[in-house]
Every structure is written in structure tokens, then in C-alpha cells.
Design a protein around this ligand. Structure first.
Ligand code: GLV
Ligand code: GLV
Length: 320
């Protein structure tokens, strides 16, 4: 029987389905990543791996896994995987696109709204018993409607954010490698240079995948180009933003605030400098974390594994 190793405890229903056809081993913890040695040990006899974005899938792992046919990553991003190396060895890599688009766009827009209208500060304020009276500028924030949003990385999640922005009567700018005529027609999105996007947007929303090109693309120089009242939202990958530069820009008042779902080195501790700033709203990489969407992502991973181990193509394979 072919063996599937799953690097985190996932939904029992999905494990049960896979067990109908394969021998399935699961790292038994939901909130603790599998240690590297255990992953390498399991990989030795595995035909398929279901991995998390926190698992590094590289040449060393492939060297340990002579039987491996597919790695199904429970995420749309796959910067944790050396896809080129996988392709050379004939190992299929799959991700979970499309099924998490709306959910991740919802979280992205939640962060935008939370930081603009100071929702987290407001909640802390009232929970701390600080509310003494109504007052005209109490926790006054920034408007969202009729403002300009600039989306970096106009993939399907970017388009879903643009759709939400349209509902708020926002002007939509975007910067991405290839133009998206459909988004231009549907949401009046305007394709602009990165510099124009930075200088014209009230909300800069970063959804770009992490690649050699995008690593550190938002740093001191880019924050200097943003407006003083502007906000940065990052719901893509942490290393696309230079966190030291972001901290400085926030502290010096060069930009107004940030909503962050991703960080350079995850997980971060409560001592992380960005968390000391009141105008930062932070979330622990939960973009696609609705119960329904996570279940659908697991199902898609299981389908990809089942297909490949039965000699068929993965539904959502990625290429280098
Ligand atoms: C989450 O960040 C994902 O890539 O799915
Ligand atoms: C999402 O919008 C992406 O660019 O991957």
C-alpha cells in the first residue's frame, strides 16, 4: 500500500478518506510543527506528503525520499518548496489556489478596515475600562470609502480585494507583472508603476508572492514614497516587506499604520518591535483560516495526492 505522510493533524474526515486507499501517517499535533528529523524519517518511505507552509521541502528532503511522487502543500503560496528541484526529480508539487481566494480577500479587507478605524485599539480601550465619556475625536481614524487602494500582486486574491474595494467606492490602482484587463473592466482598476502606486494610494495592499524578485521590495525608499496618512496592509508573504524599515517608517510617522497577517520570521514573539506600536494590527498568518475554507483546502490536497498516486495528473499542480 502506498504511504501518505501528513505533517500536521488535519480534519479526521480527510484522513479517513485517504485511509480507504493508502496507508496514512499523521504528525499528531495541530499546533506544533513536525520536527525536521521526523519529517525526514517519514519521508523515507512516503509516496506522498501533505505539507504546511512552515515545512521546508528542499533537496535534502528529496534525497531522503526515494519513493516520493507528490508534495501537496496546504497553501496557495509555495515559497517553502524548491519546485525546480522537485521538477527535476519528477516529484509533483501542488498548492490550493482558488478555494481560498474569497476568504483571504475577506481577511485582507478586515485588516485594512481594522487599522483605518482603529478597531483593535478601540476594543482594548473599552476592555481596559478607559471609556469615561463620548468625545469628538475619541479614537478617530481614517476613512476607507472613496479612498484610493493600491494592490501589489494582482492575482485572484488581489482581484477579490479590488471587488470589495469597489463596493466601498474606492479608486483601485494595481501593480503586477502582467496587466489584468478583466479587473480593469470590472473594477476600473488602473495599472500603474510601483512608484505611482506608492505615492497615490491611501492603502497599499501587498499580496505579491515571495520570489527572488519580490523579497524586500517594500523598504525605506518605498515607504518614503508613501503618503503620511497612508497604511500598509501585508497579507501575502512577510519577507516581501523589510520589517526594520517598516518599523522606522511607522515610528517616524512617515506612514500612518500597518495591518499585517505575515512576518519575516514566523511565528513572532510578543516582543517583536512592530507589536509595540499602537497603529499596527497584527494577525498570525490566518488569511485563509475560515473553517470551511481550511476543510476545502485539505480536501483539495487529498484529491491531488489520490490522483497522482493513481497515475493521474494533480488538479492544481504548480511549475517552477
Ligand atoms: C497562505 O499564506 C497561503 O499561501 O495559502
Ligand atoms: C495574490 O493575489 C497573488 O498575487 O498571489
Amino acid at each position: 500500500m502506498k504511504k501518505v505522510f501528513i505533517t500536521r493533524k488535519i480534519d479526521d474526515r480527510v484522513i479517513h478518506e485517504l485511509k480507504q486507499h493508502f496507508s496514512v501517517e499523521v504528525w499528531p499535533h495541530e499546533d506544533k510543527p513536525v520536527p525536521r528529523e521526523e519529517l525526514l524519517r517519514q519521508a523515507k518511505t512516503a509516496h506522498a506528503l501533505m505539507t504546511m507552509l512552515s515545512d521546508k521541502v528542499d533537496a535534502e528532503l528529496f534525497n531522503h525520499a526515494p519513493e516520493l511522487k507528490i508534495v501537496a502543500n496546504l497553501a496557495v503560496g509555495y515559497d517553502n518548496i524548491d519546485v525546480k528541484e522537485a521538477t527535476e526529480r519528477g516529484v509533483t508539487i501542488s498548492n490550493t489556489p482558488d478555494v481560498l481566494t474569497g476568504t483571504t480577500a475577506d481577511l485582507t479587507f478586515s485588516l485594512l478596515m481594522a487599522v483605518a478605524r482603529r478597531i483593535v485599539e478601540a476594543s482594548e480601550y473599552i476592555k481596559n475600562g478607559e471609556w469615561q465619556s463620548w468625545s469628538p475625536y475619541l479614537l478617530a481614524g481614517s476613512d476607507i470609502h472613496h479612498k484610493t487602494i493600491g494592490i501589489i500582486g494582482m492575482g485572484s486574491i488581489g482581484e477579490a480585494v479590488a471587488k470589495r474595494a469597489k463596493g466601498f467606492d474606492m479608486d483601485v490602482l494595481y501593480h503586477t507583472r502582467s496587466r489584468k484587463r478583466e479587473a480593469e473592466e470590472a473594477f476600473g482598476a488602473k495599472h500603474v508603476s510601483l512608484d505611482d502606486l506608492l505615492s497615490q494610494s491611501d492603502f497599499v495592499v501587498c499580496l505579491a508572492p515571495l520570489t527572488a524578485e519580490t523579497k524586500g521590495m517594500l523598504s525605506t525608499e518605498q515607504f518614503a514614497k508613501m503618503q503620511k496618512g497612508a497604511f500598509l496592509i501585508n497579507a501575502g508573504r512577510g519577507p516581501v516587506v523589510d520589517e526594520n524599515a517598516l518599523f522606522a517608517a511607522l515610528q517616524n510617522g512617515e506612514i500612518a499604520g500597518a495591518g499585517l497577517d505575515v512576518f519575516e520570521n514566523e511565528p513572532i514573539s510578543k516582543d517583536h518591535p512592530l507589536l509595540s506600536l499602537p497603529n499596527v494590527v497584527a494577525a498570525p498568518h490566518i488569511g485563509s483560516a475560515s473553517r470551511a475554507t481550511r476543510y476545502t483546502m485539505m480536501e483539495l490536497c487529498a484529491e491531488n495526492i489520490t490522483n497522482v498516486l493513481n497515475g493521474k495528473d494533480a488538479v492544481t499542480a504548480v511549475r517552477a
